[in-house]
Write a protein that binds this ligand. Structure first.
Ligand code: HEM
Length: 332
């Protein structure tokens, strides 16, 4: 059995028990199923038979990951040791709409998925987005939000279900209202893991942390007049032009929790004073020749993890199961 299948078999109750043993704060077990979450996403963006339920528009690239000297202090994971490994990267817009314009509000937050090809032939993935938070603390709450939005189309009497939901859920309201302008590039944005992982190093020392990927070029956004002129697919064109000039370098870091930080609530950012451990550099060198075929074949799984990294937030296994269901639906 692969480690992914093992994770898959853990119920939310078992994850809850594991966390309780480790003395972590946990929320109540989830009652929605992963299929119900994909249904709720489909309610917002329509049923998909070819594209991802969400983050449907993207571009696939290749490069390598170069671990830095601090990585092994955090985890014994193979890609945290000294040897560089190949990576497959997918940048994406948020919506489950493959034709969404890169300047549309529904393109935010942007997504970053990285597949690390490990020396033993296995893979591990990172699936993160360009907002330091999430509109819901739990999967149940996320489903309620999606159903409220999906039931609030044109012609629905006001206050719509979405109006009512947002009036009583300030975290979701602020997520929707505080998105950034369109970026200059997929490579000029910081991406946040938001779900927490447990890291164990070779000395069996344990830390809890959240991933963060920061562009070496810094965060850069389009000015108002540039947004007006930007083509609907400018981000894919831009990344091709950028790579023709030089590789893209993104710093992978882990933000380490302190007592009292919520491990199982991705809607709440931890204070910026938390320690950041440098893990290494994601170096992207080229766009794959047939990005559309590559993205259809690719499945990035947030709980596909090597020894030394485990999910600490139950949303991670839940997401994993939902991504597999979405993959099945887009290959009918
Ligand atoms: C309960 C919470 C969540 C659910 C149910 C969910 C569901 C999904 C689904 C169904 C897909 C499509 C997978 C596929 O067809 O391959 C997807 C993709 C994605 N999600 Fe989530 N998601 C959740 C939380 C998150 C969070 C917290 C983040 C960011 C930190 C995130 C970032 C992404 C990204 C970047 C992709 C695109 C991956 C790719 O390029 O293949 N999601 N999500």
């Amino acid at each position: 059995m692969s480690s992914d299948e093992e994770h898959h078999k853990l119920s939310n109750e078992e994850i809850g028990e594991k966390q309780a043993e480790e003395g972590l704060e946990i929320s109540s077990p989830q009652s929605s199923t992963p299929a119900e979450l994909v249904d709720a996403i489909n309610l917002v963006f329509g049923k998909q038979t070819h594209n991802r339920a969400i983050h449907a528009k993207g571009i696939v690239l290749e490069g390598r990951f170069l671990p830095g000297p601090s990585a092994a202090t955090l985890s014994k994971a193979p890609h945290f040791q000294k040897v560089a490994v190949p990576v497959t990267v997918r940048f994406s817009d948020f919506a489950g709409i493959p034709t969404v314009s890169d300047t549309d509000a529904l393109a935010n937050p942007r997504g970053l998925a990285v597949k690390f090809h490990l020396p033993d032939g296995s893979e591990t993935d990172l699936v993160i987005h360009s907002f330091n938070g999430f509109p819901a603390a739990t999967t149940d709450e996320f489903r309620q939000l999606l159903i409220a939005i999906g039931s609030s189309g044109p012609g629905v009497a006001t206050p719509t279900p979405a109006d009512t939901y947002l009036a009583t859920h300030p975290v979701a309201k602020s997520f929707l209202e505080s998105q950034q302008p369109p970026p200059v590039s997929y490579a000029t944005l910081t991406y946040f893991g938001v779900n927490s992982f447990k890291f164990t190093n070779a000395q069996e020392q344990v830390s809890f942390g959240r991933y963060r990927v920061e562009p070496q070029e810094g965060n850069q956004f389009l000015a108002a007049e540039e947004i007006e002129k930007a083509a609907p697919d400018y981000l894919a064109d831009e990344i091709r032009q950028r790579l023709a000039r030089a590789p893209i370098r993104l710093d992978l870091r882990v933000q380490i929790s302190e007592p009292g930080d919520k491990i199982d609530d991705p809607s709440t950012a931890w204070p910026e004073t938390r320690r950041l451990v440098d893990i290494g550099v994601i170096e992207i060198t080229k766009v794959v020749p047939d990005s559309e075929a590559a993205e259809r074949a690719l499945l990035f799984l947030p709980a596909q993890l090597p020894e030394g990294i485990e999910p600490a937030d139950p949303m991670i296994q839940f997401r994993n199961a939902a991504y597999i269901i979405s993959y099945g639906r887009r290959h009918q």
